[in-house]
Design a protein around this ligand. Sequence first.
Ligand SMILES: [Zn+2]
Length: 353
Amino acid sequence: MFSRRHQKALAKFALTAFFIMATASLWALSISNRYRSPRNPERQVRKSTTLIILHTTEAPAKSSLNKVSSRGECHYVVTEEGNVYAIVDRDKEAFHAGRSMWHGKEDVDKYSVGIECVGYHNKPMGIVQLRAIKDLISSLKSMYRLNDNSVICHSHVAYGAPNKWYKKKHRGRKRCAMLFATPSVRRELGLYSRPKSDIDVRAGRLIVADKYLNTVLYGSIDPMSRHYPQKTVKKAAPKVTAKVPVKPAVKPVQKVVPKLVPNVSAVATPKKVSKVVPKILSKASRIPTSEKDLKEGGWTKVGVVKKGGTIISLAGSKWNKSDTYYTIGKKVISGDKVNPAKIQVGTSVWLKK
Ligand SMILES: [Zn+2]
């Protein structure tokens, strides 16, 4: 059908179109150059790119941006508000992974892109930030033709030199970005698989020094699942609760109110039950069920979530405490029940002063 020359031209066209699309989607992210690293000119161009390494800054945005910029320690920073900053040129080496190994290859900096996400390795991140990380990953994946298993965490690749506690080289030097290995967070990032085992441990190059980390990276523990519940499970929930007769469950409980509290927390948040129960609870243990209750109970409205904002930026470290409350419409949610990924614009944040 096509001559060889035509085939070549066609392939070239397809490749060019692909790169234009990949680059365009990265531009669509609106990446800021405000914190471009002064180290940029002296950095070498990488020979290959086979991994995207995610990090957590374990510190607030401003200080993290200043630090990674002055030292040239990553390619991108993504803030809680979903702002993306370019630090070191995408194709150059950034010093982000330190002592590291993956599938027997040392010095991961030489073949990876490093993304610093403002936040902590064991705390959930807001949906706005996760969406920005997802978009950035998706662009880089298509640009470098990488699959989901190539998007991993610093804690996957970091390893420690022998020391007085571990006689051998060992995995578990860091828990950096651990949350991004969990299936629930990966789902939010559009990643549907992850490495199944630590090849370097299996090959005997390293030993496991942090058993908990190892279980989070490869085992069945998902410490983030309660913050990012699976959507299919949520859809099924109302059907199950509909079968439960609500009235009989409530009536006997009214007589013995104190016993209700542990019972309620044991219920896996079915919507229909929670509508009935708070009314009883509000009398017994004064759990606020309206903005009026909150005002009278001594809570102060500290702000309203705006477009691109997060509850963490308004409530700070108290965001997930049981006496922090969020209201939208007539809904009142306590901090220990809130899913930051599901917060809507217009949600009010209430703190007890
Ligand atoms: Zn790191």
